[in-house]
Ligand binder design. Structure first.
Ligand SMILES: C[S@@+](CC[C@H](N)C(=O)[O-])C[C@H]1O[C@@H](n2cnc3c(N)ncnc32)[C@H](O)[C@@H]1O
Length: 254
């Protein structure tokens, strides 16, 4: 199958994000996230696991730029976890200051994923990003408890689909779920799985899936190159002492 999808027509794919972070594994997926907001125009976006807010703020920025009128919710304890590491109040304070510009349509819900379930009506979430603890049990539980919140247009994003060491289990859940739904998996930057769980996807999203699955290698190369450019920019701008912070974080991941 071929498609009419033309990435050159996307404005968001080439937009410079306002918020990246030296040690976020999400920097390289930002071009896709911003383009997805443009294609999908989600009515409600929920993110489970926000930390410094790289993925979340990219979506908020794209919502403003495209006029998508998306209601956005970031859920996190902002305390950290066994994979992201535990951290202090400064992370939340830093994000909150940057996030002020989005407060008319976006909320930072500082609570557990389970507690946030009562804040969001059923079948309302068009875009759900699951990026909390990455064990198989945790990510499966996040998916199963939040699936009833997802709409008929729903897309679920899973970060870290390519990490197969330590006790990371997103890849295992991805193998199971991707048998049942239209999907595409980006393999760079630890992997990002895109799962179309809703039966009524907008035409632009259908066209993206058709193009991506017809030309998986070129699609992966395009998004990986655009993402890598952003990571290089962040690293170039970082002072030398911060670059060694990056090196230490990467060494921990190996
Ligand atoms: C991998 S980080 C998120 C990274 C982020 N999406 C980005 O763009 O860089 C995972 C976050 O999930 C949060 N988290 C994990 N499990 C949680 C839970 N059950 N409830 C609330 N927050 C949780 C942690 O506090 C941590 O900040």
């Amino acid at each position: 199958m071929d498609s009419d999808f033309n990435p050159l027509k996307s404005r968001m794919l080439f937009t410079t994000p306002q918020r990246l972070h030296l040690v976020s594994a999400w920097n390289e997926h930002v071009p896709f996230a911003m383009m997805l907001i443009e294609l999908q125009q989600p009515r409600v976006f929920v993110e489970l696991g926000t930390h410094w807010g790289v993925s979340y703020c990219a979506c908020c920025q794209a919502a403003v730029a495209t006029g998508s009128k998306t209601r956005c919710y970031a859920v996190d304890t902002w305390a950290g976890d066994a994979h992201a590491g535990f951290y202090g109040q400064e992370v939340y304070d830093n994000l909150k200051a940057h996030h002020q510009q989005y407060e008319s349509f976006s909320k930072l819900l500082r609570m557990t994923f389970d507690d946030a379930l009562r804040e969001i009506p059923g079948h309302s979430v068009d875009l759900l990003h699951i990026d909390g603890l990455h064990t198989y049990e945790a990510v499966k539980r996040d998916y199963e408890t939040w699936l009833p919140k997802v709409s008929e247009r729903g897309i679920v994003l899973f970060h870290d689909t390519m990490v197969k060491d330590r006790d990371f289990g997103v890849h295992k859940l991805w193998d199971e779920l991707s048998r049942d739904f239209p999907h595409f998996n980006f393999e760079h930057s630890y992997g990002l799985g895109v799962l179309a769980v809703g039966k009524e996807q907008p035409e632009a999203v259908r066209q993206f899936f058709a193009m991506a699955n017809a030309r998986p290698d070129s699609t992966r190369q395009l998004f990986s190159a655009l993402g890598h450019r952003l990571q290089c920019e962040v690293e170039k701008k970082a002072p030398p002492q911060k670059r060694s912070l990056l090196q230490r974080a990467m060494d921990r991941l190996k």
